[in-house]
Design a protein around this ligand. Sequence first.
Ligand SMILES: NC(=O)c1ccc[n+]([C@@H]2O[C@H](COP(=O)([O-])OP(=O)(O)OC[C@H]3O[C@@H](n4cnc5c(N)ncnc54)[C@H](OP(=O)(O)O)[C@@H]3O)[C@@H](O)[C@H]2O)c1
Length: 318
Amino acid sequence: MLLISEENVEKLLTMEKAITAVEDSYRALGMGEAVLTPRENLWISPPKSIKLASGALTKSGFMGVTAYPGGYGTKGSGPFTTLLYDSGTGSLLAIVQGRFLSWLRTGATTAVATKYMARRDAHEVAIIGTGRQAITQLRALDKVMDIGHVSAFSRTPERRHKFAAQMSAELGRDVVAADDAKSCLAKADVVVTITTSRDAVVKREWLQDGVHINAIGAHYPDRTEIDGETVRGSRVIVDWREQALLEKGEILIPMKQGLVTSGIIAGELGGVVAGKLKGRTSDSEVTLFCSGGIATEEIAVAAAVFRDATTKGIGSNV
Ligand SMILES: NC(=O)c1ccc[n+]([C@@H]2O[C@H](COP(=O)([O-])OP(=O)(O)OC[C@H]3O[C@@H](n4cnc5c(N)ncnc54)[C@H](OP(=O)(O)O)[C@@H]3O)[C@@H](O)[C@H]2O)c1
């Protein structure tokens, strides 16, 4: 069994590799070659919890369990861990530390959704939330689209300006801090919401037609980053229907308000990547990808890291 530390994951994993692994995992889901369980929150004393989810990529021969504590105020630095097994023999292959892995796989998921759902001529990006995950969200988008201009907004002026300066320098793109969410979204072709907000930060009247939105930050039934009118008027694709109907406030809150039914979900990203349904049906349509993160993303990226570690002789044999 290989122990793959955080430092080793950082040596081995690139955003390109994460995007390929996540895209393949969604294709496998769409083709019926993967199975998974919804994330389970075992509440310790709210908001503290231990979160568990398992998944298997049966054709690739990997399965695993991923676990992490939530609500401990670690600012995204929680000790994420994946136990990776051989789905043919049941043997434990690796324990993979997953903080960096989780940042990249979350960005990679947004990249895959954007690749399949945004308009082909999309260049303008708006990002709401400028914390730790926002960095890897932008890095990932930069791999799948020709970014023209990025508008970034979060509550604290110093933080959004710092993010804009840092990402401009890193990506060599025009990244500018917006004064409010409305102006941030005004010209966007692609939107990412990656906040800890409880309430909607995106409103339909602030968006232009044809925009693609990735709602990534929230995964609790009573929290949403997107207002009900946007959800009602969008082509909604989720990461996985079963989990989305348990925990994605973007779907559950407007359902509770009577604005939409579960039929608002047009399909899952796996079906889109597998070519079974379209990510968008016209250039003027608003498309919305709702994701809280699913186990097969983590297992797929952990498996890619494990394969690389084995080839390169990296990691500690235990
Ligand atoms: N979908 C997935 O697979 C997945 C994976 C990992 C994490 N997440 C989620 O992603 C979210 C962000 O994670 P993180 O590590 O980047 O958190 P973080 O570092 O704490 O950053 C949170 C960001 O949200 C902003 N924010 C909060 N409320 C806002 C509001 N009302 N309007 C505008 N901006 C607001 C904050 O702005 P200020 O700094 O200015 O206050 C900050 O920029 C978390 O909720 C996390 O659970 C999702």
